[in-house]
Ligand binder design. Structure first.
Ligand code: HEM
Ligand SMILES: *[C@@H]1O[C@H](CO)[C@@H](O)[C@H](O)[C@H]1NC(C)=O
Ligand SMILES: *[C@@H]1O[C@H](CO)[C@@H](O)[C@H](O)[C@H]1NC(C)=O
Ligand SMILES: *[C@@H]1O[C@H](CO)[C@@H](O)[C@H](O)[C@H]1NC(C)=O
Ligand SMILES: *[C@@H]1O[C@H](CO)[C@@H](O)[C@H](O)[C@H]1NC(C)=O
Ligand SMILES: *[C@@H]1O[C@H](CO)[C@@H](O)[C@H](O)[C@H]1NC(C)=O
Ligand SMILES: *[C@@H]1O[C@H](CO)[C@@H](O)[C@H](O)[C@H]1NC(C)=O
Length: 507
């Protein structure tokens, strides 16, 4: 197969880089891989900082010194309040990160600072691949799953609103009829309304600071928010919210609050004669299954016209952080990155080797990758620019199927490490250089700044090494991704993050 010409190899490569159909995932697809990682790399090596938001603990609150609250509950409530502006009749609103706008946060229906805290924390994981709305959805999933909840389907493709949505989040003082109408508008019928609230109110509670009329100030140094919780196990997912309600022992302030006008959970939970709550109290698996389905529907409630992907499933054998970098001296640097094996048991006897094949079909001697978890760091080697690396593969001692999988290496457009900054001090203007293989003529190459949406783009000029001068004011501490368009398709250069801090001084 490696006897084929460069052109055929390149064609095959480009057809598969950004597959139109998600089910046919082929490495590399940086966007899909990043979202898959955010969704699935929850613990241990390779995990994202999202798990740090929970500081490994469902009781933690990062973002202030107040106690009695937890990030997990805030993240779930944020997703619901962002979605709750959906109007299924005209297709507006939904999970679109409009909750980030101060105008929405200032509304009485969004009392409390949990939305601002949540957004400040989660938005740092957003970049040119990941919308704010997708990261809000992932945040809710991580919170629920990490804290005892069921597995929830995650799809991506949410698009961020550019302005606040029309109000629509339910409030405790509204009547049952208003709540039924409100949930119908959001796309949920009465039994689904009862269920979704019983699912969400497995976490957290009502805080005096946000709702001074609903709960008293407690003067408790271990609960400075003066939060009165929905059930006794308010930092993890379980059916106690239903059990305690049915047993009549609940302290849920939306059930036993002194002012019946604001006892919305009481009115809603009892609105079908307790049929749903009785079933939830009796069967924790039923509760978990219904919650998983409804949470997924809640997260997938998006403005009309937004098309979500298929469910993101773990990639079983996943090369990560593989790079091929142009040196300018006739060689390339091949960074083998790491191999992630999905959810494999710890096996200290497992032997993992990597090897790569050049364009003439010659395979390198294999390199032993040492690790005992599912993440196996590989080697970096300098390779001949002419023959370079055409593909690579792994041999895993306890899974013979892995060796059959060959990963084709893109090599037509590369980051060049001739990229350099123009002065010795930072901030500094700098040249971002991209190496384009002779004979390849992209219609466009552009740099996209990470962490800023929508991403500004910068066009390049020359052939072979295409250079963009990036001014210090723009981006001193920001990073760029590099994209290019060839034959009407868009691709990513595998070295996805470059910043002025990562390049040397120009000669
Ligand atoms: C009629 C519908 C609903 C009403 C009136 C309502 C009302 C409330 C109120 C007043 C709070 C206290 C917030 C605070 O003090 O910061 C709260 C908290 C919460 N709600 Fe709801 N809610 C409703 C539906 C939902 C739904 C559908 C979900 C999720 C699926 C949800 C998830 C949460 C969570 C997780 C908290 C805890 C927040 C924390 O402790 O920081 N709620 N809700
Ligand atoms: C709500 O929809 C579900 C299907 O999701 C259905 O089983 C249930 O009977 C409906 N409930 C009401 C009150 O219409
Ligand atoms: C907490 O302190 C405030 C102000 O001193 C007081 O009004 C309130 O009654 C106290 N709450 C409790 C539960 O003791
Ligand atoms: C009960 O709550 C409603 C709605 O917030 C309010 O209008 C009413 O004054 C409250 N009643 C009492 C006795 O506090
Ligand atoms: C639902 O159950 C609670 C707790 O047992 C009870 O107080 C309430 O009256 C019941 N509501 C209905 C409508 O049956
Ligand atoms: C792994 O690499 C080592 C060192 O090159 C080699 O001795 C060994 O045979 C390789 N194992 C496999 C299964 O390829
Ligand atoms: C690089 O590979 C080409 C083609 O295989 C060969 O002609 C050339 O001598 C090699 N260069 C070096 C420095 O090994």
């Amino acid at each position: 197969m490696f006897g084929s010409t460069t052109t055929t190899l390149a064609l095959a490569l480009f057809v598969t880089t950004f597959p139109a159909v998600r089910g046919q995932y082929t490495w590399p697809d940086p966007k899909y891989e990043e979202l898959e990682s955010l969704r699935w790399d929850q613990i241990g090596l390779g995990s994202t900082f999202l798990e740090l938001g929970l500081t490994g603990s469902c009781t933690a609150f990062v973002g202030g010194s107040n106690t009695g609250r937890a990030n997990a509950a805030d993240w779930i409530r944020t997703a619901y309040h962002d979605m709750a502006t959906h109007n299924s009749e005209d297709g507006t609103g939904g999970l679109d990160a409009s909750i980030r706008f101060p105008e929405e946060q200032a509304r009485a229906e969004n009392a409390g600072d949990g939305f601002l805290d949540t957004f400040n924390f989660l938005s740092a994981a957003s970049d040119r691949f990941v919308s704010y709305a997708d990261i809000i959805a992932i945040g809710a999933i991580i919170a629920i799953e990490s804290c005892g909840g069921p597995e929830i389907d995650f799809r991506f493709g949410r698009i961020d609103a550019t302005e606040p949505n029309i109000p629509g989040v339910p409030e405790p003082r509204q009547t049952l009829d208003e709540h039924i109408a409100s949930f119908r508008k959001q796309g949920f019928n009465q039994s689904e309304m009862i269920s979704l609230i019983a699912c969400g109110h497995s976490f957290g509670g009502v805080q005096h600071t946000a709702f001074p009329d609903l709960v008293p100030e407690l003067n408790d140094t271990t609960n400075t928010q003066s939060a009165v919780h929905f059930d006794t196990t308010f930092t993890n997912f379980d059916n106690n919210v239903a059990k305690e309600y049915i047993a009549g022992t609940t302290l849920n302030p939306l059930v036993v609050g002194s002012n019946d006008t604001t006892n919305s959970d009481k009115r809603i939970f009892g609105s079908d004669g307790n049929v749903t709550m009785n079933a939830f109290a009796a069967d924790e698996n039923l509760y978990a299954n219904i919650c998983a389905a409804l949470f997924a529907r809640m997260l997938d409630t998006v403005p009309s016209g937004v098309v979500l992907t298929d469910v993101v499933t773990p990639i079983p054998v996943k090369p990560t952080q593989v790079e091929l970098i142009h040196h300018g001296d006739g060689t390339l640097l091949f960074n083998g990155g790491s191999l992630r094996l999905w959810n494999v048991p710890v096996n200290t006897a497992r032997a993992v080797n990597a090897s790569w094949t050049d364009r003439a079909g010659v395979e390198s001697p294999s390199v032993v990758l040492r690790h005992t978890s599912g993440m196996y760091p590989s080697a970096s080697i300098v390779v001949n620019e002419t023959s370079a690396v055409a593909s690579f593969r792994f041999v895993v001692s306890d899974d013979s199927s892995v060796a059959a999988q060959t990963f084709t290496m893109p090599y037509l457009v590369l980051l060049s490490d001739t990229s350099c900054r123009l002065s010795n001090t930072i901030p500094s203007a700098w040249n971002l250089n991209v190496a384009v293989r002779k004979g390849t003529i992209p219609s466009r190459i552009y740099a996209t700044r990470l962490n800023v949406l929508p991403a500004p783009t910068v066009e390049y000029a020359e052939y072979d090494i295409w250079t963009v001068l990036i001014l210090s004011d723009d981006d001193t501490f920001n990073s760029y991704g590099i994209s290019y368009e060839l034959d009407g398709k868009t691709f990513e250069v595998l070295t996805s993050i470059v910043s002025v801090a990562s390049v040397g001084l120009c000669a």
